[in-house]
Design a binder for this molecule. Structure first.
Ligand SMILES: Cc1cc2nc3c(=O)[nH]c(=O)nc-3n(C[C@H](O)[C@H](O)[C@H](O)COP(=O)(O)OP(=O)(O)OC[C@H]3O[C@@H](n4cnc5c(N)ncnc54)[C@H](O)[C@@H]3O)c2cc1C
Length: 559
């Protein structure tokens, strides 16, 4: 081991003190009451990389090293001395750890079960602050340095590559990316694992398993993202969807002592996760990326004990039974006394025949730094006249050579905030094309040309454009509810005072009281955020509704 191990820890940068703080004796004493003292022999392994995290360690004597496996041996990540402790964000989620925690010399530690630690951070705010900050900074540092247990081998020409990049990034999972088109030596790596070029994208998971063209579900399973679901356990509340509204419901529900499970078909963040910068969310004067907001919220929910399941979608709500059951696409059921539906909306597609061929291979529905990197300084098109289109245009103009904004209407004034219109007008790289719609797409594996029609003049022009961002609004994710709840004409869920006497009669509303605010036509089932009829489609309102719904969940649970 020693000859392949670099003994110099990786440079940790200016926040090393906060990342690896030393606890005061009084803080260690408080932790000690929740665990047991343990002697460790030199070389003894306390945690093995790749194992699910079940223990937390505080070093009280000696030194413990954190090392990670590399292709050539081991790399030293950190050395922890007395008063320092193990762990990063996986400690909260119970996912697999990235590093091996091993005694350099005879040492002593306090060993605490993960569940005990989660209970402690909810009651001891001083320790909670120190641990939480260290865990988050350590994870951010792992991500920034690409230190993880995943290598993604992909190509800019494969749509699966972008999907997997987004899935790992949105789940806050560090990975190393090797691009077949530009990185030399990648072919050797593929040969090493007997992988053909047609198998791309390839995920090498936990340095062991080679997944060819994997689904998000397969990646989640290999990386142990999800804890097993106990199908007999009746939860207080199951939340479907981990966008801003679902995450808010999870944070408020779990922090108020409810037994909460969140089910998310992709990764936390929802539509907000595809925004490069949200500038109008209260408390973030310089803006915050949707991914960062979602990562913080997801960590916060797990800190309070909410279970978050990703890459699995709700297929059906069994509305004729109590407690309610939600069927997941793997066939298992989640049982709950109350349900919060926070499934938001999905992007509206353009009516172009071969659109699906280019999705994630030139056609995108989100504009984050991942897509911006793919575009480089090419010319790009943004379709749509709403705020999300305006944000995307302004963001992409930072790197793209030119950004064409296409709208079918005569201008932006009706649909976009004034601050964004002004930024678009002042940016010489952004060109607004009104009365214009996309009529055809061409290309092979990747989008190469876009044809647009000018409705005023009836002319069609074709341009060499390789990247098009579709930001034309969204339709509600309610198909899976299959008639269980009253919906409005556009398919959004009706709640509270929007439910007419006829709606309630048709739904056989069984109670003497009327539905609470945000309650659907089924008692104890709530709808929040963009999926709800009448919602104003903002991050703040989604968060607000998620938190309000929880106060009514309490009432329903006491009924
Ligand atoms: C590009 C972009 C930029 C934006 N910028 C801003 C902004 O600057 N300011 C602002 O206030 N608003 C902005 N918005 C709007 C804001 O993001 C939404 O209003 C907000 O995300 C709605 O939150 P939500 O939780 O209700 O739904 P969503 O964010 O849509 O989240 C729903 C979640 O449910 C999941 N889901 C769906 N169906 C299922 C199922 N069957 N099973 C399990 N999970 C499921 C989805 O995968 C998704 O993660 C923007 C939107 C976009 C697209």
């Amino acid at each position: 081991m020693a000859d392949t191990l670099s003994r110099v820890p990786i440079s940790l940068g200016p926040r090393a003190e906060e990342m690896f703080p030393t606890l005061a004796p009084a803080q260690i004493a408080r932790l000690a009451t929740h665990g047991r003292a343990r002697r460790v022999a030199p070389g003894e392994v306390l945690l093995e990389a790749g194992e699910k995290i079940s223990q937390f360690f505080v070093v009280t004597a000696g030194r413990i090293e954190a090392v990670r496996q590399t292709a050539t041996g081991e790399e030293l990540v950190a050395i922890e001395g007395p008063g320092q402790f193990s762990g990063e964000v996986s400690m909260l989620s119970g996912r697999r750890g990235f590093v091996t925690f091993r005694a350099i010399e005879a040492a002593e530690v306090i060993e605490i079960h993960r569940e005990e630690l989660l209970t402690l951070v909810q009651t001891d705010s001083e320790l909670s602050d120190i641990l939480m900050r260290a865990f988050i900074l350590r994870r951010a540092s792992l991500i920034a340095r690409g230190i993880g247990d995943v290598v993604l081998v992909g190509s800019t020409h494969s749509s699966g590559t972008l999907r997997i990049k987004e899935f790992l990034t949105r789940n806050g999972h560090p990975y190393t990316y090797l691009d077949l088109d530009t990185d030399t030596g990648v072919q050797d790596l593929l040969d090493h694992f007997h992988v053909g070029v047609d198998d791309v994208p390839v995920v090498i998971c936990r340095c062991k398993f080679v997944l060819r063209h994997p689904t998000n579900r397969e990646i989640a399973e290999c990386l142990g993202f999800n804890e097993a679901i106990d199908q007999t356990h009746v939860r207080d509340v199951v939340i479907i969807g981990a966008g801003p509204s679902g995450l808010a419901a999870a944070v408020y529900g779990a922090s108020e002592g409810l037994d909460v499970l969140v089910l998310e078909m992709n990764a936390p963040g929802g539509q907000a996760g595809s925004s490069s910068k949200i500038e109008n969310y209260l408390g973030f004067p310089t803006g915050i990326s949707g991914q960062e907001l979602a990562a913080r919220a997801s960590t916060q929910a797990q800190k309070f004990g909410a279970q978050v399941i990703v890459a699995k979608d709700a297929k059906r709500l069994f509305c004729g039974r109590k407690p309610y059951a939600v069927e997941i696409d793997d066939g298992s059921n989640l049982i709950a006394r109350a349900v919060v539906i926070a499934t938001g909306a999905e992007y509206r597609k353009l009516p172009v025949d071969n659109l699906a061929q280019f999705e994630n291979a030139g056609v995108y529905y989100g504009a984050t730094f991942i897509e911006a990197q793919l575009c480089g300084d090419d010319e790009v098109i943004v379709v749509g006249g709403g705020n999300s289109a305006g944000q995307a245009a302004v963001f992409l103009a930072q790197t793209a050579r030119r950004v064409y904004v296409l709208v079918r209407s005569g201008g932006l004034a009706e649909s976009m905030s004034r601050y964004l219109i002004r930024r678009i007008e002042e940016n010489p790289k952004i060109v607004l094309r009104t009365h214009t719609e996309v009529v055809a797409l061409e290309g092979g594996e990747h989008l190469e040309r876009v044809s647009c029609r000018d409705a005023q003049h009836g002319t069609v022009e074709t341009h060499d454009i390789r990247h098009m961002f579709v930001m034309t609004g969204a339709v509600p994710n309610t198909r899976w509810l299959d008639g269980c709840l009253a919906l409005d004409a556009a398919g959004f869920i009706k709640t509270g005072p929007d439910l007419s006497p006829d709606d309630l009669a048709a739904a056989h509303w069984p109670l003497a009281r009327l539905p609470h605010l945000l309650e659907t036509s089924l008692p104890g089932v709530f709808a929040v955020g963009d999926v709800r009829g009448g919602n104003v489609k903002r991050v703040a309102s989604a968060v607000g509704e998620g938190s309000i719904a929880v106060s009514f969940v309490h009432r329903v649970l006491h009924e």
